[in-house]
Design a protein. Structure first.
Length: 214
């Protein structure tokens, strides 16, 4: 009787161990369209992967990721990431990110980001950012930024910014700003601001304004 009890306990522990190992496995996707909820995943080649419920993904090559529900994605190569609902995205190389609904983006290298609806973007290197609808952008290096519809941009380095639609820009170092349509710009360092229309510009240090006519 005691032996049977011991064997039963052993079987239960073995099943538990197998279940834990299964939960710890990482999903690997190379092609086709797949879905995963929670856990960890790797997408490579031409995989199309939809992730939910806090899934953590590393994406490579020409894979495409659709991230929802607090998921986290690290994207490399020529991947494309569509990010929604409080997702956290770290993008490198020449990846493309389409972000909305309070997603958080860290863009490095030559990443291309299109963002709207309260997305937060932290950009470095040669990243290109197209921002609308209350997006917040912090950028350095040689980033190019288009800001429209109440966006807020804080930039340094050699960034180039086009601001319109009541967007607000704080620029320093050697940033070049083109300000249109009620944009508000605060410039310092050696920033150059091209002022068009009703844009409002204040300067400090060596920053200067170039007034333009429509």
């Amino acid at each position: 009787m005691r032996l049977k009890f011991v064997l039963l306990l052993t079987a239960i522990f073995a099943c538990s161990a197998i279940a834990v190992q299964a939960a710890e496995r990482v999903g690997l996707y190379l092609e086709g369209t797949k879905h995963q909820r929670g856990g960890e995943a790797i997408a490579q080649r031409t995989a199309n992967l939809y992730v939910y419920d806090g899934c953590t993904v590393k994406a490579y090559d020409q894979s495409k990721i659709w991230a929802h529900d607090n998921c986290k994605v690290e994207a490399y190569g020529q991947t494309t990431v569509t990010a929604k609902a409080n997702t956290d995205i770290k993008a490198f190389d020449t990846t493309r990110v389409l972000a909305t609904n309070s997603a958080k983006i860290d863009a490095n290298g030559s990443v291309d980001v299109i963002a709207d609806q309260r997305v937060n973007v932290n950009a470095h290197g040669n990243a290109s950012i197209h921002a609308e609808d209350d997006v917040t952008v912090t950028a350095d290096g040689n980033c190019t930024i288009f800001a429209n519809k109440h966006c807020k941009v804080k930039a340094s380095g050699n960034c180039i910014i086009m601001a319109l639609g009541n967007s607000e820009v704080e620029a320093t170092d050697y940033v070049h700003v083109k300000a249109y349509d009620n944009a508000v710009v605060k410039a310092s360092g050696d920033v150059i601001v091209e002022k068009w229309g009703n844009a409002k510009v204040t300067t400090e240090g060596n920053a200067r304004i170039e007034k333009k006519e429509d």
